[in-house]
Each structure stands twice: as structure tokens, then as C-alpha cells.
Design a protein around this ligand. Structure first.
Ligand SMILES: O=C(O)CCC(=O)C(=O)O
Ligand SMILES: [Fe+2]
Length: 263
């Protein structure tokens, strides 16, 4: 099987649990970014399964290292992706979580946003709400929300990959220029029960460290966040009963386990 080393340590796993995303800035090779800027909008299949996309993006040691850390050794590589390409000005999307987001404390699905070009505020960056990923809501309920204190505009350098918990609330922000802005979205899934096999210094499992209140939440909600974080941490460390789950989004987003991939 292709050797992928985990990259996250306990503290970085805490941060992912707390925020629901991790930003890997400017990691993809410039020539490959340029190549991706010529892709057409919408569904992508052959290109995503190509050796060059696998080598440059999916198996980039930092991208695969996060997938390996949070989803275990035999995570799936995607066979398709979606290019969210905007060119003309638009007023932005409404806040939402994607299709088949569901409740539950585990981490089984990482949805990734790859930006092959620089994204500035005028370009309509994706906006995410840190810590929103464990709050299952219906899309209509949050679609009318405006800006939320503490939301993060993903204004990022070319070649950035943002890896998110599938449930995170997000939207494409308003765009006021005619520049092309692409975001290639793809997913990794877990295939095995979790265990604490990321980068560890000692076998002793630390207790979950809550990073405090997100800017938009009250004390009580923050307490709930802490409890939810503890459940996720314990689940990831293999301390709670694991029931094999087939993430519902996998009905639409296929993947091939790493142990079946040959480059
Ligand atoms: O393009 C973006 O920034 C976000 C797109 C998105 O979230 C969607 O279409 O579901
Ligand atoms: Fe979305």
C-alpha cells in the first residue's frame, strides 16, 4: 500500500475538532495550479483519477497526511470532484451545509476545497463558520442568516487546500469582479474503525482540551461544544464503541481505498 505518514499531533487534532477545518496554505506546485486553471466548470472524473492529480494533490504529503491522521490508514481517494468555477459578479450563496450532512460525533468524511489561484475578497471567497460542523440544521433554517461574527473568509494564496468536516456551514461569498475563481471540491472517507494513530509523543491518551468559545456562541452553547468535542475526541481515540457506518454522502461521492491505488 502507498505509504502515507500522518502529520497531525494531538493538539492539531483538538484544533480540527474545535474548528471543523484546517488550512494548508500554498502547498500545491505552481505549474500544477496553472494546469487546473484551464479546467471546465462542474463535474470532473478522469482528471481526478489521473496520476498527476493524485500525485500533486490527493497524495501530497500534507493533504494525505491530514486524511491519514483523521481517517486512518486506508482512507478512500475520490474518483470525482466538482469544480466550483465563478467568473462573473454574483451576490454570493446563502449559508448552508452540503447535501447529506448528518448528525453524529465521528469523523468519517473530509470534504476538501482546493484553490488553484489566489482568492481575494473581491473574488468571492468561500466563507466558513468555525465550529458549526457538529450543529445539524436544515438548510432552509440557516439560509436567511447574514454574516456571522467570527466567520472566516478563505482569502488564500494559490495552491491552498482547505480540509473540512463535511457538516461545516459555508457559502461562496459575493463576487464583484470578472476574474475566474475556481474551487475544486473532493472528499476523502474513512474505511476503518478509529484509533489514536496520528503523531503521538506518548501512549497515554490526553483528555480533550477545549479551545474556548467561538466568537458567535454563548456560554451554554460553548459548554455543548466542549462536550461534543470530548465525544469526538474519545471516538477518534477508539475509546467509544464503534459501529461501522457507511456515510450517506458516499452514495453520491465514490472513492477507492488507498490499498487499491497504484500510481
Ligand atoms: O464555491 C464556493 O466557494 C462554495 C460552493 C458551495 O459550497 C456549493 O456550491 O455547495
Ligand atoms: Fe456547499
Amino acid at each position: 500500500m502507498i505509504d502515507v505518514q500522518p502529520t497531525l499531533n494531538d493538539k492539531e487534532v483538538f484544533d480540527f475538532i474545535h474548528n471543523g477545518y484546517i488550512i494548508l496554505e500554498s502547498i500545491i506546485d505552481e505549474d500544477f495550479n496553472s494546469k487546473c486553471q484551464t479546467l471546465s466548470s462542474g463535474h470532473l472524473t478522469d482528471f481526478i483519477q489521473s496520476r498527476s492529480f493524485r500525485q500533486n494533490v490527493l497524495l501530497h504529503p500534507k493533504v494525505a497526511g491530514v486524511a491519514r491522521s483523521l481517517l486512518g490508514p486506508n482512507f478512500t481517494l475520490p474518483t470525482s470532484a466538482h469544480n466550483h468555477l465563478y467568473e462573473h459578479p454574483h451576490e454570493g450563496q446563502t449559508l448552508h451545509s452540503d447535501g447529506l450532512t448528518e448528525s453524529g460525533y465521528g469523523i468519517t468524511h473530509l470534504q476538501c476545497y482546493y484553490y488553484p489561484q489566489l482568492v481575494e475578497i473581491e473574488d468571492g471567497p468561500t466563507i466558513v463558520v468555525p465550529g458549526s460542523h457538529q450543529r445539524l440544521v436544515d438548510r432552509e433554517a440557516i439560509a436567511h442568516y447574514g454574516n456571522i461574527t467570527g466567520q472566516v473568509c478563505l482569502t488564500v494564496p494559490a495552491g491552498t487546500v482547505v480540509m473540512t468536516h463535511y457538516g461545516i456551514w459555508h457559502k461562496a461569498g459575493p463576487k464583484i469582479n470578472q476574474k475566474k475563481r475556481s474551487m475544486i471540491k473532493f472528499s476523502f472517507f474513512r474505511t476503518q474503525p478509529p484509533k489514536r494513530d496520528w503523531v503521538i509523543e506518548s501512549d497515554e491518551v490526553p483528555t480533550y482540551q477545549h479551545s474556548g468559545r467561538h466568537r458567535y456562541v454563548t456560554e451554554v452553547e460553548s459548554y455543548r461544544d466542549r462536550r461534543r468535542g470530548e465525544y469526538t475526541w474519545n471516538w477518534l481515540c477508539g475509546l467509544t464503541e464503534y459501529q461501522a457506518e457507511y456515510h450517506p454522502a458516499r452514495m453520491f461521492v465514490a472513492g477507492i481505498p488507498l490499498n487499491q491505488i497504484q500510481l
